[in-house]
Design a binder for this molecule. Structure first.
Ligand code: 13P
Length: 244
């Protein structure tokens, strides 16, 4: 159960969040929780999560290890904060900052080389869906961003299916639509990496998840977890989703 805070919360707001969130999820030992705050709040989040099983993730990672890459943050810098996950290829990075399928692969590899678990985001735009291109887009995103990984690298990634039309819109994809997309992703995983790796792969769903729909979504066998934006900003609402 992963929360993506996007560009929200200062470090002091992050500390307040964890003080409230920790006791709410103290009895959920059987599920993994990841929270991805902005870079500037990573330290506060790691401190806030100390002594719990809540993992902290970044929202992106640089391709390069170090050097003249103004604005970027490297995997080793992230790891040094205590973060253990990072998002890669989020649709907002694709939309606002021109990230492409080609960038997803080196960022993923950089994350793995710094011992971070990448949560690789894929998903079709509203136009892709309207024109019947969903399968083609997911297949292409897999082929370019994930397919070239080695089997050992692939075994360490998490994939998040986030249809762009469902993000921040209140339009959650139906369980049928999500199941179909997850099957396409798992089929691609199977054909490239084999049955065992495809079965072990965790595929999260993201897009307008809230405490009211989380239970139905988690009841779908194809959905292994959720990547939550807006509803993860409030400790009570994210805790309710984690418990669902
Ligand atoms: P919302 O849950 O706000 O729709 O955002 C989803 C998302 O982009 C998570 O990465």
């Amino acid at each position: 159960m992963a929360g993506n805070w996007k560009m929200n919360k200062t470090s002091s707001e992050t500390s307040e969040y964890f003080a409230e969130f920790r006791p709410l999820v103290a009895d959920t030992e059987d599920r993994e929780i990841v929270i991805c705050p902005p870079f500037t709040a990573l330290d506060a989040a790691v401190k806030g999560a100390l002594g719990t099983r809540i993992a902290i993730g970044a929202q992106n990672v640089a391709r390069a290890k170090a050097g003249a890459y103004t604005s970027e943050v490297s995997g080793s810098m992230l790891r040094a904060t205590g973060a253990t996950y990072t998002l890669v290829g989020h649709s907002e990075c694709r939309k606002h900052f021109g990230e492409t399928d080609e960038v997803v692969l080196p960022r993923t590899i950089a994350a793995l080389e710094s011992d971070l678990t990448p949560i690789i985001c894929v998903g079709e735009s509203p136009e892709d869906r309207a024109s019947g291109q969903t399968e083609m887009v997911l297949t292409r995103q897999f082929a370019k961003g994930i397919g070239p990984l080695t089997p050992a690298q692939f075994g360490r990634v998490v994939i998040a299916y986030e249809p762009v039309w469902a993000i921040g819109t209140g339009k959650t994809a139906t369980p049928e639509v999500i199941t179909e997309a997850h099957r396409i992703i798992r089929r691609e995983a199977r054909s490239r990496f084999g049955d065992e790796a495809a079965e072990a792969l965790r595929i999260l769903y993201g897009g307008s998840v809230n405490p009211g729909n989380a239970k139905t979504l988690m009841a779908q066998p194809e959905i292994d977890g959720l990547l939550v934006g807006n509803a993860s900003l409030d400790p009570q609402s994210f805790a309710a989703i984690v418990k669902a």
